[in-house]
Ligand binder design. Structure first.
Ligand SMILES: [Zn+2]
Ligand SMILES: [Zn+2]
Length: 640
């Protein structure tokens, strides 16, 4: 699913825990009529949708208060007992994205990562989703630190909003991650600034009484680090995202040395990612991609356009270096690409030569074989540079015959369709495309996450007593558990969590359990200017509207007689074309008249709620029988 990314958040306000239960549309309708005649009484609107199994009131009568359910559960969560270590994965264990884990010992809570994930077909129209912070909001005074493992959005994307909700605790990360967080924070000028603490891989910090150290890991963004929390029973280890630095299964000396800290360590608990748990062997080393891209940049005769993840700083830096060495100029198209390159230069990860990066508009001043363009949009994102070039809506850059596009990225699950559409657009322009799937070509992409053999290596190296798989959908976590069992761990020492699971290691360090209570874990949806976990009713309406449309009935009733004052107004959107369905409408009007007048006749007083319910139910059923569609039916009753 393509996501429109609204990048300016300055107007965001935090507005949770309240919800306007009157649908916006119904209140608009009401508004139009309210002006017409003051005396008119308007009932609060609700919607109806035909349901074959349980005919009656639709969406709104279903219990939807995920928040409320959890609220109850949450109230029952007892404080953590003395000596017990409590671990709560608050995000990232039912999805790939929005990673966040809280660790609570005694009077201290430490939070690791605060990511986001983009909206998908389940959350139409939503900008993005962040982890549920309710458990932390209610224990703000215990939070000593937010530790960020690395600068990817699934680890830092939630930072500005999460920080503001949990009392703005100090943030610890390495330099590049901090710079990237600050770039993101700048989009929220109304929120407090980050309490920055840049740490090095060998730093040791105290967060309340909890001692924390770090170690560096190999990933697709520099300055990635793992976190070690020292407890009286041993270390809790969370490497963040990692792959093992190796070539053909031979782990590099540097990597062996980095991990040698675990040789003699007692690791109580390992919590680690499950992203590539289905992929065989070791992950492809990035060095092979560097070589592959280098070969391609050397041998391709025309203009080269490379689309990559803008956070893939190591790779981008390498491309710039290779192009420079060949006397080529580099142009950049895409805001996040520009920003991240600036950040990387600022952090000292590479230093492009003066004049080697040129403004995009000057690219035409050079012969085609002297130009490499770095672009965003390898995922077919609607507004990203490459997609715009593909559908000829990029004002700054047009493709021509002879150009070669290198898609230096895998397709993130969910983006397949967008990429197919984009590639069709590219094919129509007669350009050549090389992707990581193109047969016989050099490597143009490698994953940043460990495959099965990387994962096994990490488990053996850290030899934990307990294990919690994180960072992945549920099935991936289960596969990861099976891998750990295969390595000899016993089942009772492994917990597969859900978001909000409360896991505890006993005070003697001998047992790990999952409590029956659960921390609130409903998705926090960032939707326009609101952030809330109570919007699932809004989202469900959006899904229904997309599938079946809506049907609004506006009936004017004479309060004294209980009869219709005039023929009801009918509005259809996304349901059927009214002009071509006059007979259907005629019948609908008859049903409205009958149900209104019947309902009124049965009671002495005209009971609007009753009439509305009758109308909603009979019309939604009728429409289903006639059209096999289940539009949201919104009856609006006005009276004089
Ligand atoms: Zn990640
Ligand atoms: Zn990552």
């Amino acid at each position: 699913m393509i996501k429109k990314t609204r990048l300016l958040f300055s107007s965001l306000k935090i507005e949770d825990k309240k919800e306007n239960k009157i649908p916006a549309l119904a209140s608009n309708v009401a508004h139009n009529y309210a002006g017409e005649e003051r005396r008119k009484k308007i009932t609060k609107s609700s919607t109806y949708q035909y349901n074959q199994k349980r005919f009656g009131k639709g969406a709104r009568s279903r219990p939807f208060g995920a928040k409320n359910q959890y609220k109850i559960a949450n109230e029952k969560i007892p404080p953590v007992e003395k000596g017990v270590i409590r671990i709560i994965p608050l995000g990232g264990v039912e999805e790939i994205g929005k990673n966040m884990t809280a660790i609570e010992i005694g009077e201290d809570i430490v939070v690791i990562d605060a990511g986001m994930h983009f909206s998908n077909e389940l959350t139409p129209g939503v900008d993005y989703v962040i982890p549920n912070t309710t458990y932390l909001e209610e224990r703000k005074e215990k939070i000593r630190a937010l530790i960020i493992t690395h600068g990817h959005l699934d680890h830092i994307g939630g930072v500005p909003l999460v920080l503001s909700r949990i009392g703005n605790p100090p943030v610890y990360s390495r330099n590049l991650s901090m710079l990237m967080m600050k770039k993101r924070q700048a989009e929220f000028p109304h929120l407090p600034t980050i309490k920055e603490n840049v740490v090095e891989k060998d730093s040791v910090i105290m967060c309340g009484k909890i001692k924390i150290r770090f170690f560096s890991v190999t990933h697709t963004i520099p300055d990635s680090m793992g976190v070690i929390i020292e407890t009286e029973h041993g270390w809790i280890v969370n490497p963040g995202d990692y792959k093992i630095d190796q070539v053909d299964g031979i782990v590099t000396k540097e990597e062996e040395k980095g991990y040698s800290i675990f040789d003699k360590a007692k690791v109580l608990l390992l919590m680690t990612e499950s992203t590539n748990i289905e992929n065989e062997g070791f992950s492809l080393p990035e060095i092979k991609v560097h070589q592959g891209l280098e070969n391609l940049i050397k041998k391709i005769p025309g203009r080269i356009i490379i689309a990559a993840f803008s956070s893939h700083i190591t790779r981008l830096a390498h491309i710039v270096k290779v192009a420079e060495a060949l006397g080529k100029k580099i142009a950049i198209d895409g805001r996040s690409m520009k920003t991240n390159i600036e950040v990387a230069v600022e952090a000292g990860f590479f230093a492009p030569k003066k004049d080697s990066i040129i403004p995009l508009k000057e690219a035409d001043n050079y012969p085609p074989n002297k130009i490499v363009v770095l672009m965003t949009g390898a995922q077919g994102e609607e507004f990203a540079a490459l997609n715009r070039a593909a559908n000829k809506s990029n004002a700054k850059f047009s493709l021509r015959k002879g150009d070669t596009i290198i898609l230096s990225a895998s397709i993130v699950p969910g983006n397949e369709l967008a990429v197919v559409k984009m590639r069709d657009g590219l094919a129509r322009q007669g350009v050549r495309v090389i992707s990581y799937r193109t047969a016989g070509e050099d490597f143009v992409h490698a994953t940043g996450h460990g495959n099965i053999e990387d994962v096994k290596w990490l488990h053996r190296k850290t030899h934990p007593k307990f294990f919690i798989p994180i960072h992945g959908n549920h099935y991936r976590l289960v596969l990861h558990k099976e891998l750990a069992l295969g390595l000899g761990m016993s089942e009772e020492n492994i917990i597969v969590p859900d978001n909000g699971s409360i896991i505890e290691i006993s005070a003697d360090g001998q047992k790990i359990i999952m409590r029956k209570e659960r921390a609130p874990s409903g998705n926090m949806l960032v939707d326009g200017t609101s952030i809330s976990d109570t919007q699932d009713v809004v989202i469900r309406d959006r899904v229904m509207l997309a599938q079946d449309g809506m049907f609004v009935i506006i009936a004017l009733i004479d309060q004294k007689t209980g009869k219709l004052k005039k023929s009801p107004d009918l509005i259809s959107r996304g349901f059927v074309y009214l002009k071509e369905n006059q007979e259907l409408l005629r019948q609908v009007r008859i049903i409205i008249k009958r149900s209104v007048e019947d309902a009124a006749a049965r009671t002495n007083q005209v009971d609007f709620d009753h009439i509305k319910a009758e109308l909603g139910e009979s019309i939604s059923k009728f429409l289903y029988q006639k059209t096999a569609k289940r539009p949201l039916v919104i009856p609006v009753i006005l009276s004089v």
